[in-house]
Design a protein around this ligand. Structure first.
Ligand SMILES: Nc1ncnc2c1ncn2[C@@H]1O[C@H](COP(=O)(O)OP(=O)(O)O)[C@@H](O)[C@H]1O
Ligand SMILES: [Mg+2]
Length: 624
């Protein structure tokens, strides 16, 4: 049969040849060394593995022209200097068993060889035992005495000079520099016990230090929180909450962003597993799940999470750049992460004396460093004992954990007041204050110790009703308590409403809505959910019918349920322009203080804001 033009031309067998070593290294380098930032990452890992406490980086031309890293680690013994540049030569593991328990960043013995194959690399190192330093030029193999103190310097010049095809893929110097800076920031986040300095073209770009006078260990939670703040900034700090949880072999720390500070891109999510920066789908998924109920739409929460887990329970050898890991028990990790974050997010922040809003409206010095409330001997966050997975999946865990987290804070009087234990306290002591008035039928104005509280009445009530519906449903195994109407409310229904009522009778009944067909175009509501007593039964039924018709069975079931409940809550919540009495307003404020997630409405918008006396004074130029 003649060959069609698109058929491949048959190849004649060509001889198989062993690739030269140099080429093998260059091919392997493709996996590890993509750009200056990947070189930087490998060199930083090496310095940290060598126990460095102080790392200085100097770059030129975004790292393309040169990267020089200097550390005060243990150094490389003279006899090992040449070995350090060989492929698959490492001081970090010797056996498969070592690999399974590896605690160092590196273990493959590939990075230096790979970097040396695509650059001009020079190694200068000295151990404590050596009389002086030695330098080694990778390309020539030339060894010479050098001067430096104990530690290692690696110089990488003219990256990809011998592989111009690679070099073409590099972006502008500014972009490469930005990637390098990001790599240093990540290492700085992961290691609060190490000082880092980054220079570019002779200018100091970034510096993070370990304070010389430290009362607490440099790895303490306080030090960690301080470093997070230094690296990610005050704005992130103010718009995030500290996180601490422990479950069996897993420890989780860091900060999670407030829902209303979520971002359009997932560019502020820093996840570390055993000190290693990773992009892990499982953890990202757990994060999303934790925010599901407080963050709608396409927004991405900000966070920095440090997960520590027994090395045996995680495989770090799954990705060339080691940015992915595989957990032995992924489900357990997912649950712990999700529940720990949920716990922090669900705690009503009014009770903590901090506003749900980010930096500008923060009325108080927020309870900042967990170190401030985490004294030795005090519980460090939630300690989940026993079979950790079982514990982690407990539904009521969220609030318990949150309490455990914040209890010490309250004990130490850092929270301004303790509403839960002081129900008869002065009205000014309520976190959300005492209601004063209603504004334009939309807002509740209240006075607390710090000034004025403004509450979006509908948004707040909607969240409370929603949480109540969910709790009711969970407690009754998936059905809402229903209240039979004395007089059924009939209404004329559209063909779609008739069909939906008949198709989804079971779901409707579970939602507390008993609908019967009275005629070809007439439906009657016989019951409504007890939690929505004020709701107009016909309007409620129509809304749920519309939702069901729209979502049907297409949604994942549980999400649909929550959406349905949210929709019902929106309907059942007080409408704008409904005038409330002061007792009603106060009741709403108290409910907010005790309802999980009450700081955001069901759509992720804030439900209240604090306007401090200081801000009011500023408006009137008082006290200047
Ligand atoms: N900054 C450093 N300080 C001390 N030793 C180093 C340093 N950088 C590299 N080494 C030594 O060189 C070896 C090879 O490094 P590398 O190629 O990155 O492989 P790996 O880190 O996987 O062992 C390391 O195992 C270590 O012994
Ligand atoms: Mg290495």
């Amino acid at each position: 049969m003649p060959l069609a033009p698109q058929d491949p031309v048959p190849l004649t067998a060509r001889p198989i040849t062993q690739l030269p070593d140099e080429l093998i290294s260059q091919i392997a380098a493709g996996e590890v060394v993509e750009r200056p930032a990947s070189v930087l990452r490998e060199l930083l890992d090496n310095s940290l593995d060598a126990g460095a406490r102080d790392v200085v980086l100097r770059l030129h031309a975004g790292g393309i022209r040169s990267i020089v890293i200097e550390d005060d680690g243990v150094g490389i013994a003279p006899a090992d200097l040449a070995l350090a540049l060989m492929r698959h030569a490492t001081s970090k593991i010797r056996s498969l068993q070592d690999l399974e328990q590896v605690r160092t960043m590196g273990f493959r013995g590939e990075a230096l060889a790979a970097i040396a194959s695509v650059s001009e690399l020079k190694l200068i190192s000295r151990t404590a035992q050596a009389p002086h330093a030695l330098s080694l030029q990778a390309r020539t193999g030339e060894v010479a005495p050098a001067t430096r103190s104990v530690g290692t310097t690696v110089e990488v010049r003219e990256l990809f000079f011998s592989t111009p095809a690679r070099r073409k893929f590099l972006k502008s110097e500014a972009t490469e520099l930005a990637h390098c800076t990001e790599a240093v920031r990540r290492h700085a986040l992961a290691r609060p016990d190490v000082s880092f300095a980054l220079w570019h073209e002779g200018k100091l770009m970034q510096q993070w230090r370990v304070p010389p006078l430290i009362e607490e260990p440099a790895t303490s939670d306080a030090a960690r929180q301080r470093r997070i703040r230094e690296v990610l900034g005050d704005d992130f700090h103010a718009a995030s909450l500290p996180l601490q949880a422990e479950a069996g072999p897993l420890r989780l720390r860091g900060r999670v962003g407030l829902p209303d500070a979520a971002r359009a891109r997932a560019d502020q999510q820093h996840v570390f597993v055993n000190g290693r920066y990773v992009r892990d789908k499982l953890i990202t998924h757990a994060l999303r799940a934790a925010y599901e109920d407080v963050l709608h739409g396409q927004r991405h929460p900000a966070c920095v999470l440090f997960l520590e887990i027994t090395p045996e329970l995680v495989d770090v050898n799954v990705h060339p750049a080691k940015t992915e890991v595989r957990f032995r028990d992924g489900r357990a990790v997912h649950q712990v992460v999700q529940h720990a974050i949920e716990a922090v997010l669900s705690m009503p922040r009014a009770a903590l004396g901090s506003s749900p809003i980010g930096p500008s409206a923060q009325p108080l010095p927020a309870p900042q460093l967990p170190g401030e409330f985490h004294e030795p001997g005090q519980p460090s966050g939630s300690r989940l004992q026993g079979p950790w997975l079982a514990m982690a999946s407990q539904p009521s865990l969220a609030l318990q954990t949150a309490r455990a987290l914040y209890e010490p804070l309250m004990d130490r009087g850092l929270a301004p007041h303790d509403a839960q234990r002081n129900p008869d306290g002065h009205a000014n002591d309520w976190p959300l204050g005492r209601a004063l008035a209603q504004l334009h039928g939309i807002y509740i104005l209240a006075q607390n110790r710090h000034g004025l509280i403004v509450v979006d009445m509908h948004a707040a009530h909607e969240r409370i009703v929603y949480e109540r519906l969910k709790a009711d449903e969970a407690q009754r195994g998936g059905t809402l308590a229903a209240q039979t109407l004395l007089i059924p409310a009939s209404f004329s229904a559209t063909p779609s409403e008739m069909a939906t009522a008949q198709d989804h009778g079971h779901t409707l009944a579970q939602l507390g809505l008993d609908l019967t067909v009275l005629g070809p175009a007439t439906l009657a509501v016989r019951s409504r959910p007890t939690a929505l007593q004020q709701a107009d039964p016909v309007a409620l039924a129509r809304r749920v019918l519309a939702d069901l018709a729209q979502w049907g069975a297409s949604h994942a079931i549980s999400r649909t349920r929550d959406d349905l409940l949210a929709s019902m809550a929106c309907h059942g919540a007080v409408r704008a322009n409904r005038s409330l009495t002061l007792p009603e307003m106060n009741a709403l404020l108290r409910d907010m203080e005790h309802t999980e997630r009450s700081d955001q409405c069901n759509h992720g918008r804030p439900t209240w804001r604090q306007v401090s006396l200081r801000e009011l004074d500023q408006l009137f130029l008082r006290g200047r």
